[in-house]
Design a protein around this ligand. Sequence first.
Ligand code: SF4
Ligand code: SF4
Ligand code: FES
Length: 259
Amino acid sequence: MSAMVQEAVQQHSSPSEAAARTDLVPIFIMGKRYMVPSTLTIQKAFEYAGYQLIRGCGCRGGICGACATVYRTPGSAKINVGLACQTVVQPNMYLTMVPFFPANRAVYDIEELKPDAQTLLKYYPELAKCMGCNTCTKSCPMDIPVMEYISAAIRGDVEKAAEISMSCVMCGICASRCPAELGQYNIAIMCRRITGRHIWPKAQHVAEMVEKINSGRYDKPLEQLMKADLETLRKLYVERQMEPHTTPEDWTPDDKSFI
Ligand code: SF4
Ligand code: SF4
Ligand code: FES
């Protein structure tokens, strides 16, 4: 048995399955070598190699930002970053996941915040230490111009910072690389909150829905769901009407009792 096949067998394949595989590539997870199928994402490669992901694994779809990963490839000093659920393995990559990175997170009462630079600097004085190196932008797996929203925040253009950072998944990679020790994503979410609360008009449809919830309209159906047995819940789930993939903006389900 070749070393490659031996390793594949260790990774839960049967000897015949492993021998038949020609697509295995070596990767190094926290320094240990594993052979994994070349088409897997880093997240699936972890699991193929026998790891159980309890932290650092959420949506599996590039949305939640839980699976930040850093890696290097041979012959390059560059530290690469990516989301483990979105990045496909490369032969001989050295990697580890960084599912959490500690960053300063201010506590505030949103009602008291103002959309200006003074407010942002009061809660995040480290903003003033940004040296414009652009490392944050280069490290963002969502291709967000991070330095641009930090610059907008420094100028007090809270709305611009909110707009630029809207697709941030809070993975924390930018913060892990910042030489000025900013927690960019926490500053960005503060800007989005201030914008939503103090700059943009209230979303009418959300206000209407909150009113319906507060009126008790959903209390009884929710109570019924809480009391339902597993079989009933399964049936409801399987038979639920799903929104088609392509549909007009104003699509609604046939049963309108929950909207
Ligand atoms: S990495 Fe830090 S110091 Fe560099 S531009 Fe981004 S926020 Fe500023
Ligand atoms: S801005 Fe920072 S926290 Fe947000 S997605 Fe980009 S790297 Fe992740
Ligand atoms: S698991 Fe949610 S972004 Fe990767």
